[in-house]
Design a protein around this ligand. Structure first.
Ligand code: VG1
Ligand code: CO
Length: 542
């Protein structure tokens, strides 16, 4: 196998979810090669008997990178290299394929919900044998290797036709172009009652699904139209994957999916709507004139799936949420007598809990929900959970939410993002706030008594590894919380994420912004956002 000399890049440290950069950075000669070879260099054991899966979210540069990557995988001697037909494999489908086919791992080419195109973003994420994102210790090893790499291995072979299923042998490797829909659909069929859902879709109930021109379009067409036989072929919108996502920002939230939200906010709009991000792991859940906040969605799914989804009939082992995610699910767990784990941000932290059977459901405030059926968050699965809840209870989305709040109380929650900040100034702000924390304990801020003020340190209950400084939290005695941290997925400057939560036991019709404004004010004052960055408010609220 030809070994091609190369020189290291200094900036290939993976963040919250893989290596994410501007597409143009990935287009530099040997940039993809170096990173991929570094991953292979730190894998343990012989890969000759092993399977590697390759796919992506369909964004610009996917195909070029995949042609490069299968050659490097062959150069490294993988026994079997599975490449998704059409290069489209959603993140959850990758997890399903790795697990079903006992692959050693997989490479997902995606920058998730970040815009694509030559001026947009690109990314590479490595998932391990359990189907989940490589843990921190592993990504750190990859990074260390990128700093010293001096060659990569490849094979000389013309490009493959990636749109046609089939197999070719190159050197000692078998390269198989496979159907990306099969394993994922079978997994969904094993969890959900497709007959009941199919019946429900015939009752006049109307749903709509927005794939935002990302990777979930083919899955949604396949599942809703072919498997569930939905008569209405207009269920799936923006279902054709596009390299630039149609110029949009493939992020399912009230801001970037505003036109989709508007579709549901009409008197004769659909009863239910779900949208996914480009790589299919995020989801947004909507009812007619109703938005389900992700932390609430997790709590409501936890409340209902044991009754509504056959795959969870035996109940939940436990639940888990990331630190910034609202504590709504904690209350469902308490009522069910199961444990709720609080992890740092990023799906990789759920892997150990799921592998050890400690939890069944997990979620993040960033529109991520998932379960032990795989090791990634899963947008279409969340949509099917909600469809099952609605089919089983015959309630509207809004009624499911209101009934939940009546029973458990409500966590008002918002995330405020301050994007494009100067990196050094943002780091300084975090440092200054951290220094202030000890003096905040037992203080009263805007009438609220501080119970906890620290930078969250997580000890993994399975392998006892520590993750320090994973988010500054100020928790008040009455249950409100301020959490803040810097993003680990941005590609320009720094992004500050400020998470605000206020709990109310008795249902009131408070306006969300108003309910949270005292917390937002406290945070602004403590962090001196205006003085430091000249900003009066966030650039994005979700
Ligand atoms: C963000 C979210 C985090 C999520 C991550 C990857 O990370 O906050 O919850 O796991 O994106 O999601 P950060 O470090 O920018 O806050 V995805 O859909 O991009 O794979
Ligand atoms: Co994503």
């Amino acid at each position: 196998m030809p070994a091609i000399p190369t020189n290291p890049f200094q900036d290939q440290r993976p963040g919250t979810s893989g290596l994410r950069k501007k597409t143009r950075e990935f287009q530099q000669p040997r940039y993809v090669e170096n990173f991929v070879q570094s991953i292979f260099d730190v894998l343990e054991g012989d890969v000759r008997e092993k399977t590697l899966v390759i796919g992506g979210d369909g964004r610009y540069y996917n195909r070029t990178a995949i042609q490069t990557i299968w050659r490097i995988a062959a150069g490294n001697g993988f026994g079997t290299i599975l490449v998704a037909r059409g290069c489209i494999l959603s993140t959850p489908a990758m997890s399903a394929v790795i697990r079903k086919r006992s692959a050693l791992g997989g490479l997902i080419l995606s920058a998730s919900h970040n815009p694509g195109g030559e001026d947009g973003d690109f990314g590479i994420k490595y998932n391990t044998h359990n189907g989940g994102p490589a843990p921190e210790a592993f990504t750190e090893k990859i990074y260390q290797r990128t700093l010293t790499i001096d060659r990569y291995l490849t094979v000389e072979h013309p490009d493959l036709d990636l749109d046609k299923e089939g197999a070719v042998t190159v050197g000692d490797s078998k390269i198989i172009i496979f159907d990306p829909l099969e394993d994922y659909t079978a997994l969904m069929q094993s969890l959900f009652d497709f007959d009941a859902l199919s019946e429900y879709l015939k009752t006049g109930f109307r749903m709509t699904f927005d794939a935002m021109h990302g990777s979930t379009g083919p899955y949604a067409h396949h599942i809703f139209e072919r498997s569930l036989g939905a008569a209405d072929s207009s269920i799936v919108m923006r279902g054709n994957p596009l390299e630039d996502f149609g110029g949009g920002h493939p992020d399912p939230n009230l801001v970037y999916a505003a036109d989709f939200v508007a579709k549901l906010n009409t008197p004769d709009g659909p009863d239910f709507g779900a949208a996914c991000d480009a790589d299919g792991d995020r989801n947004m859940i909507l009812g007619r004139n109703f938005f389900v906040s992700p932390g609430d969605s997790l709590a409501m799914i936890a409340e209902h799936v044991p009754d509504c989804v056959p795959g969870y009939r035996r109940g939940l082992m436990g639940v888990a949420r990331s630190l910034p995610t609202s504590t709504a699910v904690d209350r469902v767990a308490a009522a069910a007598g199961i444990k709720c784990y609080e992890t740092p941000t990023g799906w990789k932290y759920f892997g150990n809990l799921l592998d050890a059977g400690l939890c069944t459901l997990c979620g993040e405030e960033s529109f991520g929900t998932g379960s032990s059926h795989m090791r990634e968050k899963d947008g279409l699965w969340a949509a099917l959970c909600w469809l099952s809840i609605l089919a089983h209870t015959r309630k509207s989305v809004s009624d499911v939410a209101h009934d939940h709040w009546k029973k458990f109380g409500r966590s008002y929650f918002q995330r405020h993002d301050y994007e494009g900040l100067d990196s050094a100034a943002a780091a300084k702000m975090i440092e200054d706030l951290r220094a202030k924390l000890p003096s905040l304990r037992d203080q009263t801020l805007s009438g609220m008594l501080v119970a906890v003020a620290d930078d969250y340190c997580y000890r993994d209950p399975v392998d006892q590894s520590d993750t320090e400084n994973s988010g500054i939290r100020i928790v008040f005695t009455e249950g409100s919380r301020i959490v803040c941290r810097l993003s680990g997925t941005g590609t320009e400057g720094a992004t500050l994420r400020l998470y605000l939560e206020r709990y109310q036991k008795d249902l009131s019709d408070d306006d969300l912004g108003l309910a949270l404004s005292p917390l937002s004010q406290v945070a602004h004052d403590l962090m001196e956002i205006k003085r430091r960055f000249g900003l009066d408010g966030p650039t994005l609220v979700t």
